[in-house]
Ligand binder design. Structure first.
Ligand code: ZN
Length: 463
């Protein structure tokens, strides 16, 4: 396999003789001298439904993520990272392939990533890496096609409501049992921050308003479809823009209420678009539970970092932590979900890279990047030619990590054809001016589904 060593060349390790024993590399930006592995391990942690602005390192008022913040302080923090879809499978497929959804073909739930599409795991596996994936997410199950390139793909083996704990314990077991002579690529997807926001105690009360009254909590549980007997749904026909939704959503197979599809369909409208029924306190209360689930996940992230340190491989392991998409809390008429719009709250995710051997502590990158750019970035950090992914949309972010520059990176995102909250958002993209609210629909929003991101990026945009 063709290998490029551009990264090392930039670091000053110009001689191939040095590559095999590059024990004193100093980055151009002055990172501490430390041992740099010829083939570092790579740990990729994706956190479900994690919006960037609820992460401490991204300026959140609550101390939700002390462990992720510490990782960011010791590595690189990307301040403006845009997911390529506001829901799980297309977004993760973009991350794993370096392609926009029209490129990899996964544009809805459910969908299957075609075998001929090159994935990050396949590239690591082809380069001799041990590869393992751990996720309990329904849409990320093996038959989604995301299992390509993984020696082991663990799915549906973890306890509901305790996903991050069981998953991180399983990951530590795997780390201890792996072949220490070969590098590895380990991907974990933590599910806990997703609706219905049910962190276990004490995370359930961590950010609780001391004055919260129990009737209010009951009301909220009802709104979240957890208290079926007391739930009074908005009639399906009354849903703005509805009826719009007819997919199965078996996220929580251990919650009987959510297995009742008729109930689920009726209730979704009131839950996600029923803004008039929410009070500000209601939204705040659910935000507290969401934040509790984030902190719970963050505490389990610490378990992974502790294991890497105890195994003596923290220095030789690239750790990437990000989210698959964000979550809406009523900013634009959408509540407690994410699929249906393309605003910052559902697309802007955190992205932290930790690799002491090559990343200067406290590196902050403000330039906009795309979540899919992580695929070529991780390959280049591992000394694997990103071009082996094929002709992809993503670019390696290594130049930014090293203090260099890249051209402005336009960010395209799309929701799914059957999930559009507003008809004019059937296929929506934005021109890269994140946060401007300038959402654009090519051709007036009527036939944009036929356009590829590359066509869109070269077409004139209106906002
Ligand atoms: Zn997701």
């Amino acid at each position: 396999m063709q290998r490029i060593f551009l990264f090392w060349a930039v670091l000053g390790c110009l001689s191939p003789l040095i590559l095999s024993a590059c024990t004193a590399c100093t980055t151009r930006t002055g990172a501490p001298e430390t041992t740099r592995a010829a083939q570092p391990n790579v740990v990729l942690i994706t956190i479900e439904t994690l919006r960037a602005d609820h992460v401490g390192a991204y300026g959140y008022a609550r101390n939700t993520t002390p462990n992720l913040d510490r990782l960011a302080a010791r590595g690189a923090r990307f301040d403006n990272t845009v997911a390529q879809a506001p829901f799980t499978l297309p977004s993760i497929a973009s991350l794993m392939t370096g392609q926009y959804p029209p490129g990899h073909g996964v544009r809805n739930h459910p969908a299957i990533l075609a075998a001929e599409v090159e994935t990050l795991a396949e590239r690591f596996q082809a380069d001799g890496y041990q590869t393992a994936a751990m996720t309990r997410h329904t849409w990320l199950r093996r038959k989604s096609g995301l299992d390509q390139g993984f020696d082991e793909y663990h799915n549906n083996k973890f306890s509901a409501g305790l996903d991050a704990r069981s998953l991180s314990l399983a990951a530590v077991d795997w780390l201890e049992a792996r072949d220490p002579e070969r590098p590895f690529f380990l991907w974990m997807h933590f599910l806990d921050p997703h609706l219905p926001y049910t962190p276990s105690y004490p995370y359930s009360v961590l950010y609780r308003d001391e004055n919260a009254d129990e009737p209010r909590v009951k009301h909220l549980r009802s709104m979240m479809a957890l208290d079926r007997e007391n739930f009074e749904p908005t009639p399906y026909a009354d849903i703005p823009g509805g009826p719009y939704y007819d997919l199965v959503f078996p996220y929580y197979p251990d919650n009987p209420a959510l297995l009742d599809l008729a109930f689920w369909r009726r209730s979704r409208g009131s839950i996600f678009f029923g803004g008039a029924r929410y009070r500000a306190e209601d939204i705040a209360e659910l935000g507290e539970l969401y934040d509790g689930a984030i902190t719970y996940t963050d505490d389990n992230l610490a378990r992974i970092m502790k294991a890497l340190a105890e195994l003596g491989i923290e220095e030789t392991t690239v750790v990437a932590v990000t989210g698959d998409h964000g979550e809406a809390f009523g900013e634009h008429g959408l509540y407690f979900t994410h699929d249906f719009t393309l605003y910052d709250e559902v697309l802007r995710v955190p992205l932290v890279l930790h690799y002491p051997a090559a990343i200067e502590p406290g590196t902050v990158i403000s330039q906009q990047v795309r979540l899919m750019d992580l695929a070529p970035t991780l390959l280049e950090l591992a000394g694997i030619d990103p071009a082996t992914l094929g002709d992809v949309d993503a670019v390696s972010l290594v130049p930014l990590i090293e203090g260099g520059s890249l051209p402005f990176l336009k960010a395209f995102a799309e929701s799914a054809p059957r999930r559009h909250m507003f008809p004019e958002h059937k296929r929506v993209y934005f021109d890269g001016n994140r946060g401007s609210g300038a959402w654009c629909a090519p051709n007036g929003g009527s036939s944009s589904a036929s356009l590829t991101p590359k066509e869109i990026s070269t077409s004139s945009t209106t906002s």
